[in-house]
Design a protein around this ligand. Structure first.
Ligand SMILES: Nc1ncnc2c1ncn2[C@@H]1O[C@H](COP(=O)(O)OP(=O)(O)OP(=O)(O)O)[C@@H](O)[C@H]1O
Length: 272
């Protein structure tokens, strides 16, 4: 079975599991991206279409752990407006996320989700409004974020230094984070030679190093392989249980009741 017929069969299986067309489109797009980036045959990367579709459906339907009492406000976004030239991308956006809470940022392509996260991370300034972060911030960008000529361990040391960690502790933490995402970076491949999904793992590990209080994750699972994709939300629930405030940009969440709040930027853009 070649990759095209595998992807076609995956689509049919996802329909059989009664997933919505948007979710199916994104699952297939992500699988296709991973196959293109990794150069792997689909059967080796994901197993059978039947098995992968069943696992995706299970993951999306997974029950989240019971809610705990929420902690202090870690991220407070008030009235944020952002324009590119004459185009208003974000209009008067509010979001408050407390310790132990997960917020999903959703919306159509180009509605401003990444822009919103970049404003929250302090990488872009807003034209109006304010963002207050209480604590240490970890940010996982949708792409970029890695340095082509550095090896994973060197990334861990670089981020660790910013968090006040020494080199060996940084490497240990980074490798432990990688192992949790089913990735062993020990072979020291430079970032430019990693697949897209593995670079995303590197980004995610860096974002979560050093116990950040606030985690901003911009579609962090793009290109992840089967096991990692299925585990991703379990990591999110664990971080939440540890008391972190988490903001996840996602297209894939069909069961939005699994997160604590949803910010739909499409609606806001239309209202602007
Ligand atoms: N630096 C920039 N200058 C001008 N326009 C920009 C810039 N960055 C983003 N845009 C535009 O702003 C809009 C919002 O972009 P953004 O990447 O935030 O959307 P998004 O919701 O994250 O998209 P996607 O779902 O495709 O990832 C898009 O129309 C994009 O083309």
């Amino acid at each position: 079975m070649n990759n095209d017929s595998w992807l076609h069969a995956l689509g049919q299986e996802l329909v059989r599991h009664q997933l919505g067309p948007d979710v199916i489109g994104h699952v297939i797009a992500e699988a296709a991206t991973h196959l293109r980036d990794s150069g792997q045959p689909a059967l080796r990367a994901f197993g059978t279409p039947q098995g992968y579709a069943a696992a995706v459906a299970d993951s999306l339907a997974a029950r989240r752990p019971p809610r705990r009492p929420l902690g202090r406000v870690r991220l407070d976004v008030r009235g944020v407006t952002k324009r590119y030239g004459r185009r208003t991308v974000l209009h008067d956006v509010d979001l408050t996320v407390r310790a132990g809470e997960v917020a999903a940022v959703v919306g159509a392509n180009g509605c401003g989700k990444s822009t919103f996260l970049r404003v929250c991370a302090g990488l872009l300034s807003a034209d109006a409004g304010a963002v207050v972060v209480d604590g240490v911030l970890g940010y996982c960008p949708q792409d970029a974020g890695t340095y082509d000529f550095l090896r994973p361990d060197e990334h861990f040391v670089l981020v660790g230094a910013g968090r006040g960690l020494d080199r060996s502790r940084s490497r240990r933490l980074g490798r432990a984070g990688a192992a949790a995402l089913q990735w062993d970076p020990a072979d020291g491949t430079q970032a430019r030679h990693l697949s897209g999904g593995t670079r995303q793992k590197l980004n995610l590990v860096m974002a979560s190093m050093g116990d950040p209080d606030v985690l901003l994750l911009d579609e962090p699972y793009q290109g992840f392989d089967r096991g990692t994709y299925l585990d991703f939300w379990q990591h999110v629930w664990r971080w939440r249980d540890e008391g972190r405030a988490i903001v996840v940009v996602t297209h894939l969440l069909s069961h939005l009741d699994q997160v604590d709040q949803v910010l739909d930027l499409t609606v806001r853009e239309a209202a602007a």
